[in-house]
Design a protein around this ligand. Sequence first.
Ligand SMILES: Cc1cc2nc3c(=O)[nH]c(=O)nc-3n(C[C@H](O)[C@H](O)[C@H](O)COP(=O)(O)OP(=O)(O)OC[C@H]3O[C@@H](n4cnc5c(N)ncnc54)[C@H](O)[C@@H]3O)c2cc1C
Length: 521
Amino acid sequence: LPVGDGDVPGFPLPIENPARKKGVTFLLGRRSNAMGAVAFLALAMCLRPVLFLSSVAFREARFVPGILPVGWTGDASGLDDAPVAGVVRVPRDPAGAEKTIRHALEDARARGLPVSIAGARHTQGGQTFVRDGIVLDMLDMDGMSFDAAANVLTVQAGARWAEILPFLNRRGRSVAVMQSDNIFTVGGSLSVNVHGWQHDKPPIACSVRSLRVMTADGRVLRASRTENPDLFAGVLGGYGLLGVILEASLETVPDEGYVIRRRIIPSEEYVTVYARALGEDPAVGLLFGRLCVAPDRFLKEAVLTSFHRAPAPPSDLLPRPRWPFLKRVIFRGSVGSAYGKRLRWRMEKVFGRWLEPRRLRRNAALNQTPDDFLNRDPSRTDILHEYFIPPENVNAFIARLREIVPRRGGDLLNVTVRTVRRDGDSLLRYADRDVFAFVLLFNQERTPAADERMTAMTQELIDAALDLGGRYYLPYRPHATTDQFRRAYPGADSFRKLKKRYDKDEVWQNNFYRTYLRGNE
Ligand SMILES: Cc1cc2nc3c(=O)[nH]c(=O)nc-3n(C[C@H](O)[C@H](O)[C@H](O)COP(=O)(O)OP(=O)(O)OC[C@H]3O[C@@H](n4cnc5c(N)ncnc54)[C@H](O)[C@@H]3O)c2cc1C
């Protein structure tokens, strides 16, 4: 061995082989170049979303909620805030509640003021108040009990699903029909007659055994399919215009376990795949889909999410939804941003299965809070629309949406699509046959000009729905014309007659009543 020239005599040094050295460097160089390129690409791919989402999070952190002036009230839209004569908090104790409401009704009569009823105030068009009127605030009325023999929940009208779900969860039971979120009250949900991911059910009215209702003269009446059936049909979906619901008895269902399955499909196959999903597995417990709102594939793709009944470990704990902050930032990033909408759709398609659990119980699936995605920017507002379309016209309606929304400049953030079975219970019914419900969430500036632009778009969308044999939903902005309301709700005439019977002096009022029902015979 050659001896090197180092300090340590005789210490063997590796033989220098110039050709090998070149080859190694070459190979290493190639690999490190490739690794470098991959790393650079990965960084570049992550950098934009990371920077984008950080800027959204930063913007979100700076929002300060607006405060209403003393004596004013409003709702989730923030577009119709108005002064009121007073807000009466109805207490939880049943006898005290009745006394308080009776007193408020007498006071209102004496002063010639109208009375409206407010739950969680998530309606968006003044359905819970009227200018200078008296408002009954029902939120303290949140008591509940459970009849284990009949599996029936009896609950005061101010209780929210977020309180009811844990209560039923401890008893292995669940809500039969409710919206896709948990922040709403029972009274508010019954009075608009909500529907949800329960694809095989009519709206919530179908799950009501009976109601206790106080009418304008202070009487408390029981209403069911056999006792005061006209009042029952009118109060469900009756927007607080016939009386105040004090208490409801609701059927419950078992809190079953689900395995979640997601399919990405072209939206024109939505109805076919939806039916196939149910045909393949009759044990589907919940089902809904979401359409893509990214401009490059606008309403052309869909993710269908089905919840298949499967054994699940019993649990009396109700987990919080996963990754709320990340999901919120991804969602809010889509406001006013084509990139944000593309990013959200990509995340939903690629990472959706990791952002949501694969197995869960029904109560956990229903216990979603929209606080995790709703608007916090005081200068803007999120506005919902809903259209109910017969199955044979779903594709035609999607085609109309695809044309109308971009032309009108609507900032569409979300579209979910589910089925609602025919409603045989309520008078002001929107599901007068089996329909697909399109739930559209828009974002707009909180200004009269933006509201006017939204009015024009909404009227065009309502016309599209009506022309296709469909209907629109009433808890949102009062943008429909009275003629559109008449076409969509032929039950309105019978409702007016009922109003004359139970409230001839028009004590119960709200903006919805004044716009569409009062004096519009
Ligand atoms: C994010 C979001 C998601 C939604 N998702 C769905 C959905 O999936 N499906 C669906 O169907 N709807 C949905 N909605 C609409 C929602 O279900 C309704 O707006 C519902 O009325 C809200 O309940 P609330 O407690 O806020 O009612 P409120 O807005 O307080 O009241 C609604 C109506 O009920 C009347 N009322 C309230 N309490 C009583 C009572 N005790 N007696 C008599 N009348 C009363 C009020 O006067 C008012 O007319 C959604 C809304 C939002 C904001």
